[in-house]
Design a protein around this ligand. Structure first.
Ligand code: WTA
Length: 630
C-alpha cells in the first residue's frame, strides 16, 4: 500500500477517483478483518449518511496489537519519554502493550463498562493513556479523550453531552516545571455529572488526592484483580470508535464521531504513506493524545502499522530549548512530526540548543495544525533536516480523521508553506461565496471536499442536525472545511486559514464565540467580541474587545479577573492575549458585530477599514482605534 514514485501517486490518485470502491477495498485488504464487507461505500452528503465497509466485522486493537505479536512481539511499540530528563524512559514491546491493554480492558469490564458505553479519559501523556484508549476499543467502549488543559466546566460539559459512565484519570500531570492536579479538576467536574459511576485513578505525580468511597478506585489496585485474557469484541465497521470534541463557530464544542473501520483504514494508510514509514523506524509525533493528531498519529496510525511510536510527556522547552532535539537524539528518532508553533518557539532560541546534538537519525519531518510560514519551513529544513529530509506539511482536521492534503515523503516535490497535493481518495474543490466551483489554477476560494473518504466524521454526537448544518449545508453536496485555500499555477494547495469564527492558537482550535461566552460570564461584562490576530509564535493570538462599564478603576486587575474567568470556564489555552476595554462595539443596524473591522484593528492595520457606513454608530470605531493604539 506504500507509494514509491510520483508516477505511482498519479496512477493511484486517478484510480481512487475513477474507481473509489475498488481503490479503498484494495487498501482495506491490508488490514485484519473478522469478516469482510458486503459493500465498500454507500453515501449521500445531504443527510449526511456515510457508510464505509458495511457489514464488515473487526476490532481495531487486533490490528494495532494482536496481528503484530507473532513476528514483532518484542519490537518496541511505545517509547515513553518522561517530562523530567533525569528519570528513566520506558519501552513497551507489542507483547507487553497487548498484555496491559487486555488487562485494563478487563478492569473496565469489571467496573460495568459495556460495548457502546462512553468513557471519558483525562490523563497525562503517559503510556497508560494509550493503554486506556486501546482498552476501550478492545471492548467496544467509545472513548472521549479530553485534553489535560481543559477546565472542570469544559470536562463536565463533554461528559454530560456524551453521558459518560466512567472516567479514567491520574492524580496529576507534569508539564515542564508545573504540576497539574488532574484529579482535583475531575472532582470539580463531577459535581455536575450524574452519569458517571466510577473514576479510575492512576498514580503518577503522587500528589494527595481525595478518593470518594464507592466511586473512585486506583488503577494499580484494579489491575491486580483481573487477568490478561481479553478477547477482542467483534465490532461492526460503522460502530463508534471515539468522540472527540472540537470548537466551531458556535459557543458549544461539538463531539466529532469516528467509526471503527473507515477510521482505521484511513489512519493506517495515511501514516504509512505520508511519512514513508519503514520497519524498525522510530516515529515521534509531538502532539498530545488529547487532540486528533495524537489519536491518529501517536496511537492508531503507527500501531496499526506495527511502528514504534514515541510518547513524550514534557514540553519542547523544558528543562531548556534543546529538549526536543535531545529526545530525537536519545531515541534515534527517524520521523519527527511537530507543529509550526513549536518550530517558531524553538527558532527564537537560535542555533545554540541544536549544537552538538546528533540529529542524523532523522529521515522525514512533518508539520501539522496551522499554516507553516516560509521562514519556519526553511529553518526546520536547514537546521533540523540538514536539507536532506523531506518536509511533509500535512493539512487535515479533527473531522477528517487523517491527513488529507500533503506531500508524500520522497514522492511529492515540496514547496515551502504548501500542503501540495491531495492524497489518493481525496477530491478537494475550491468554491466561491455563491457556491460556484472555481476551476483551473492560480485561484483561491473556500476549501470543500466533494467525495467521501473512509476517515471522515459520521456525525456530531447526539445532534446529527448540527453535523449537517455545520459541514454539509453551506454548499450543496460538499463537505465544507471552514478553511480558505489557494491553488497555485502548478495546482498545488496552500491553506490560508479559517474563514469562519474559529481561530488557531498554537495549533489549537478555539471558537471566538466560546471565548466570548466565557468572558461574558464575568460579572460586570456587558458584551464582548473576540477575534484572532497574527502572533509571532502562536500563529494567532486572541484579542478581546470588552464592554465593562465599571472596571473598578483598576483595568489591569480587571483584566486578570477576566483571564481567571476564562481559565475557569474553558481552560488556560483560551486566555486572551489582549483585552481592550471599549464603550461600544461596531455593529450593523441589524445588530451584527462587524468582526472584519475588529480584525483589522487587532492586526494594527487601520488604513483601510472598508465600508463602515452601514454601522449603527461609526464613531465607536474611532474610539476603539484610539484605545488600541495605547
Ligand atoms: C488548520 C488538526 C494549514 C486548519 C489536525 C484546519 C492547517 C484546522 C494545517 C484543524 C496545515 C491544520 N496548514 N492549516 N498543514 N493543518 N490546519 O481540528 O485551519 O485541531 O481547519 O486538526 O487546523 O484543526 P484540528
Amino acid at each position: 500500500m506504500q507509494i514509491n514514485s510520483f508516477e505511482e501517486y498519479q496512477r493511484n490518485y486517478q484510480l481512487s477517483v475513477d474507481q473509489p470502491e475498488e481503490f479503498w477495498a484494495r487498501i482495506a485488504d491490508n488490514f485484519l478483518w473478522k469478516k469482510k464487507w458486503d459493500k465498500v461505500l454507500s453515501w449521500n452528503f445531504s443527510e449526511p449518511n456515510i457508510k464505509w465497509f458495511e457489514g464488515a466485522k473487526l476490532n481495531i486493537t487486533e490490528n494495532c496489537l494482536d496481528r503484530h505479536l507473532a513476528e514483532n512481539g518484542d519490537k518496541p511499540a511505545i517509547i515513553w519519554e518522561p517530562n523530567d530528563p533525569q528519570k528513566d524512559s520506558i519501552t513497551l514491546s507489542y507483547k507487553i502493550l497487548h498484555e496491559q491493554v487486555c488487562r485494563f480492558a478487563n478492569v473496565l469490564k469489571k467496573n460495568g463498562v459495556k460495548k457502546g458505553d462512553r468513557v471519558c479519559i483525562y490523563m497525562p501523556m503517559v503510556p497508560e493513556l494509550a493503554v486506556a484508549v486501546l482498552a476501550c476499543a478492545r471492548i467496544g467502549a467509545v472513548h472521549s479523550v479530553v485534553f489535560g488543559g481543559f477546565s472542570a466546566k469544559s470536562i463536565a460539559d463533554r461528559i454530560n453531552d456524551a453521558q459518560c459512565r466512567l472516567v479514567i484519570t491520574a492524580d496529576g500531570a507534569f508539564r515542564g516545571n508545573k504540576q497539574i492536579q488532574l484529579k482535583e479538576v475531575i472532582d470539580d467536574a463531577l459535581i455536575g455529572c450524574p452519569s458517571v459511576e466510577k473514576v479510575i485513578v492512576l498514580t503518577h505525580t503522587r500528589t494527595p488526592v481525595s478518593m470518594l468511597k464507592g466511586r473512585d478506585i486506583w488503577w494499580e489496585d484494579e489491575i491486580k484483580l483481573v487477568d490478561t485474557n481479553c478477547p477482542a469484541e467483534e465490532m461492526d465497521a460503522e460502530d463508534l470508535l471515539f468522540i472527540l470534541y472540537t470548537s466551531g463557530s458556535t459557543g458549544k464544542p461539538k463531539g466529532v464521531v469516528h467509526t471503527v473501520g473507515g477510521y482505521m483504514v484511513y489512519a493506517g494508510y495515511t501514516f504509512s504513506n505520508v511519512f514513508n514509514y519503514q520497519p524498525d523506524e522510530v516515529f515521534f509525533c509531538t502532539a498530545d493524545i488529547g487532540w486528533i493528531t495524537g489519536h491518529s498519529y501517536i496511537v492508531y496510525g503507527p500501531l496499526s502499522q506495527g511502528a514504534t511510536t514515541v510518547i513524550f510527556e514534557g514540553i519542547p522547552t523544558y528543562p531548556d530549548a534543546s529538549r526536543m532535539w535531545q529526545v530525537v537524539e536519545k531515541h534515534k528518532v527517524n520521523i519527527l512530526y511537530t507543529a509550526p508553533t513549536a518550530i517558531r518557539s524553538l527558532m527564537s532560541f537560535g542555533l545554540q540548543p541544536i549544537e552538538g546534538v546528533d540529529l542524523t537519525s532523522l529521515r522525514v519531518l512533518g508539520s501539522v495544525g496551522e499554516p507553516i510560514n516560509e521562514e519556519a519551513w526553511h529553518w526546520f529544513d536547514e537546521n533540523i533536516g540538514k536539507s536532506k529530509c523531506p518536509i511533509v506539511d500535512t493539512w487535515w482536521q479533527t473531522e477528517t480523521g487523517g491527513i488529507m492534503i500533503s506531500p508524500i515523503a520522497f514522492v511529492t516535490p515540496t514547496k515551502p508553506s504548501f500542503a501540495t497535493l491531495p492524497l489518493p481518495g481525496i477530491q478537494p474543490v475550491l468554491v466561491d461565496e455563491q457556491g460556484n466551483v472555481i476551476e483551473g489554477n492560480d485561484v483561491s476560494g473556500n476549501l470543500c471536499i466533494k467525495f467521501p473518504w473512509p476517515g471522515m466524521l459520521r456525525t456530531t454526537y447526539g445532534d446529527h442536525e448540527r453535523c449537517k448544518q455545520t459541514y454539509f449545508s453551506t454548499y450543496d453536496n460538499m463537505y465544507f472545511t471552514g478553511d480558505g485555500c489557494l491553488r497555485d499555477v502548478d495546482g498545488y494547495y496552500r491553506i490560508t486559514g479559517r474563514v469562519d469564527d474559529v481561530i488557531n492558537v498554537s495549533g489549537h482550535r478555539i471558537g471566538t464565540a466560546e471565548v466570548e461566552n466565557a468572558i461574558n460570564m464575568h460579572a460586570g461584562v456587558v458584551e464582548s467580541a473576540v477575534v484572532g490576530f497574527p502572533h509571532d509564535v502562536k500563529g494567532q493570538g486572541i484579542y478581546a474587545f470588552v464592554i465593562f462599564p465599571n472596571a473598578h478603576g483598576d483595568e489591569d486587575l480587571t483584566r486578570k479577573d477576566i483571564l481567571q474567568t476564562v481559565t475557569r470556564v474553558i481552560g488556560a489555552i483560551a486566555k486572551p492575549d489582549k483585552i481592550l476595554f471599549v464603550s461600544g462595539l461596531p455593529k450593523t443596524r441589524s445588530g451584527k458585530i462587524m468582526r472584519r473591522i475588529l480584525r483589522k484593528i487587532a492586526e494594527g492595520d487601520t488604513t483601510n477599514l472598508g465600508d463602515i457606513t452601514t454601522l449603527l454608530d461609526p464613531a465607536v470605531v474611532d474610539e476603539i482605534i484610539e484605545k488600541a493604539k495605547k
